[in-house]
Design a protein around this ligand. Structure first.
Ligand SMILES: Nc1nc2c(ncn2[C@@H]2O[C@H](COP(=O)(O)OP(=O)(O)OP(=O)(O)O)[C@@H](O)[C@H]2O)c(=O)[nH]1
Ligand SMILES: [Mg+2]
Length: 441
């Protein structure tokens, strides 16, 4: 990837921080100027860049380093975290299951090439892909896709003599029995009515799981504007940013997409069929920063956070509010299992299965239920009699059984935690040991 100037600019900033024994305001200012310069050269939006460096400065000056981190490690970590937020925050989810995917984008964006790369991505992971040639607009578009199909050994459905793309798609869908159907479409020089109409028609026939917009990174921050328009008009579910290897504007393109809330799923890093990466902002920023021991540093940050959480649970009375807090903090209660798993002596099996396996839907339901409780009910659900249960169920749109189920699960969890806290069988000793290890006691 040609992240050259962006990466060297960011590295310069990080070196400035890590090279000093004392990181004061002046050093932070200087480093922020380097970051600004590097991002602006990569065509990032001026205002967004200034917001970014403002938060770095503010956090670096206001926040105390967590235990176990030196002050300069703390500042490097802030730079890392803020850059990750700036460039996309979440790792793209690409579910490996049967799917129908429609690619769209302006002329020459890299659609047809990306169709092939994405097919290989799925094929390498054990799913059978098929390509459909719905670009009936540009001459030889079918031949180009056919050639790509041969190269990666994936079937291509289409008809070079058919001018109607919806007829091609209908025929293909009748024949196809592969698991992942990836549809190429024709470009236009801009998102105009003609294109919206064509894509909408294909969309109605295909009923895709994913609609990917393909944008070239050399568009810089314009990529964000385009993503927003496509999102509004055609409901795109993800973006593929191509040509990251041949432009210095990649940072601008990625940050602009992140700012519109578009989820960048893949980045294209060359003309070859293997030149595709799932977009992972954390990995991307790690590469940008190039800081020798970043991984070790991040591990320690994670451990500190886990220890803090565990300590809170252990120290306080575990209430329904803590329970709700946990649910809002983590995507799945599996993360709680991970936190608890870090504590020596706490066997994972002690947490009730219903807590560990809780699905998002249920978490949402429980959230509404807890929201409908009064403060004293949240503190101690013992006071919840059957008339209160009915009131809570009515207020949260749940069933009385759901309320009972939640209370039961909460009780089991609390018991598991208290048994541990109670220090039976030498557990207390190991808890103390853990706290010492994390510098907590
Ligand atoms: N360096 C580089 N070149 C790429 C990448 N992706 C696509 N290209 C090149 O960009 C050019 C256009 O790619 P296509 O896949 O044909 O683009 P398209 O969007 O299908 O174009 P039209 O069908 O004409 O609208 C080709 O020369 C590709 O090899 C990439 O990630 N890196
Ligand atoms: Mg094409």
């Amino acid at each position: 990837m040609v992240l050259g100037s962006l990466s060297s600019g960011i590295q310069k900033a990080v070196d400035k921080i890590s090279g000093r024994s004392l990181v004061d305001e002046e050093v932070i200012e200087e480093a922020c100027r380097d970051i600004q310069r590097a991002l602006l050269q990569s065509d990032a939006d001026v205002e967004l860049v200034f917001d970014l460096t403002e938060s770095i400065k503010k956090r670096a000056m206001d926040e105390e380093p967590p235990k176990g981190l030196t002050q300069k490690e703390h500042v490097v970590n802030i730079v890392y975290e803020e850059l990750v937020k700036f460039l996309g925050k979440d790792e793209a989810e690409v579910p490996l299951r049967e799917s129908r995917i429609l690619l769209m984008g302006t002329f020459g964006a890299g659609k047809t090439t990306s169709v092939g790369k994405i097919a290989r991505f799925y094929k390498n992971r054990g799913l059978k892909p098929a390509l459909v040639a719905c670009d009936t607009y540009r001459t030889a578009a079918y031949d180009q896709l056919k050639q790509i199909g041969e190269e990666i050994d994936v079937p291509v459905y289409g008809d070079p003599d058919e001018a109607d793309s919806s007829a091609v798609l209908k025929d293909a869908l009748e024949e196809v029995d592969e698991e992942v159907v990836i549809v190429d479409s024709s470009g236009r020089d801009a998102l105009n009515d003609e294109m919206v109409e064509e894509i909408t028609t294909l969309d109605e026939i295909l009923e895709p799981d994913e609609r990917f917009l393909v944008v070239p990174a050399d568009m810089g921050q314009q990529a964000g504007r385009q993503a927003r328009r496509f999102q509004e008009e055609l409901d795109v579910t993800g973006v593929v940013v191509t040509k990251m290897d041949s432009t210095a504007k990649g940072g601008g393109a990625l940050s602009a997409c992140a700012a519109t809330g578009a989820s960048v799923k893949f980045i294209g890093t060359g003309e070859g069929m293997d030149d595709l990466e799932r977009y992972d902002p954390e990995r991307f920023v790690s590469q940008l920063i190039g800081y020798g021991d970043l991984e070790g540093l991040l591990e320690r940050v994670d451990e500190e956070e886990a220890a803090e959480q565990a300590k809170k649970i252990m120290e306080g009375d575990f209430t329904l509010e803590d329970f709700q807090d946990q649910m809002s903090q983590v995507q799945s209660m599996g993360s709680l299992e991970e936190v608890m798993g870090k504590i020596p002596g706490f066997s994972k099996s002690k947490l009730p299965d219903g807590l560990i396996d809780m699905q998002e839907e249920k978490m949402e339901k429980y959230n509404y239920i807890i929201d409908s409780m009064t403060p004293d009910e949240k503190q101690d659900p013992k006071v919840i009699n059957s008339s209160r249960k009915r009131r809570i169920a009515n207020g949260s749109g749940a069933k009385v059984e759901d309320v009972s189920e939640l209370i039961k699960l909460f009780r089991q969890s609390k018991k598991a935690m208290e048994m541990f806290k109670g220090g039976r069988g030498g557990m207390k000793g190991s808890l103390q040991k853990m706290m010492k290890q994390f510098g907590g006691l």
